[in-house]
Design a protein around this ligand. Structure first.
Ligand code: GRF
Length: 197
């Protein structure tokens, strides 16, 4: 079985979309894959509740308990690897995981570490993407699923979705429109990648 480990920090709606799609599309039977664990760096991440309700193993690793980014990432890798069969092409899926990962962590999972970013990369890496899109007068915005490389919000693009920026849009309105699309493209990109492996 190919284990998928999902990392979250908050609401976890993308994680929930992946879990629901995996159930609906019977990934275990059809792709030999399952969501094996959900790991959060925040104990109060709402997504943990959903994951537990689904019977998925959950773990919390509080980054504030570590003296350095390197020490946190080393502990995180140990945790991830507990759900990871090294001989299998398991995926590590960042879904609203609000931590910048060290080059060492990224290299360890090269080719099987994915992220979703709420902009049409390479436009607007980093935070406040929707505010930037509105301020720039963009007519469209969107989301990008990409392979993670050492450079923040870069890496080979696997999928994108485009939504209109409408007159009078607030950040919240635009973010909600983008998020709806994220829930479609992220599970699809993961399934496509699993099919190839
Ligand atoms: C999403 O907009 C995602 O693109 C970004 O963080 C947000 C996470 O939302 N990286 P959720 O926790 O999946 O609901």
């Amino acid at each position: 079985m190919k284990n998928i480990v999902i990392l979250i920090s908050g609401g976890g709606s993308n994680m929930a979309a992946i879990v629901k799609t995996a159930q609906r599309e019977a990934w275990a039977d059809k792709l030999g894959a399952r969501v094996a664990a959900v790991i959060s760096n925040k104990a109060n991440a709402a997504g943990l509740v959903f994951a537990r309700e689904q019977g998925i193993a959950t773990e919390v690793l509080d980054h504030k308990a570590f003296a350095s980014r390197e020490a946190f990432d080393a502990a995180l890798a140990l945790l991830v690897d507990r759900f990871d069969a090294p001989e299998q092409p398991a995926l590590v899926v960042l879904a609203g995981f609000m931590r910048i990962l060290t080059p060492g962590f990224v290299a360890r999972y090269a080719g099987r570490l994915l992220n979703i970013h709420p902009s049409l990369l390479p436009a607007f890496p980093g935070l406040h993407t929707q505010q930037q899109a509105i301020d720039a007068g963009c007519k469209v915005a969107g989301a990008t699923v990409h392979q993670v490389t050492a450079e923040l919000d870069h890496g080979p693009i696997l999928a994108q979705a485009v939504v209109p920026v409408l007159p009078g849009d607030t950040v919240e309105m635009l973010a909600a429109r983008v998020l709806t699309q994220e829930h479609i493209i992220y599970p699809r990109a993961i399934a496509e990648l699993l099919q190839k492996k």
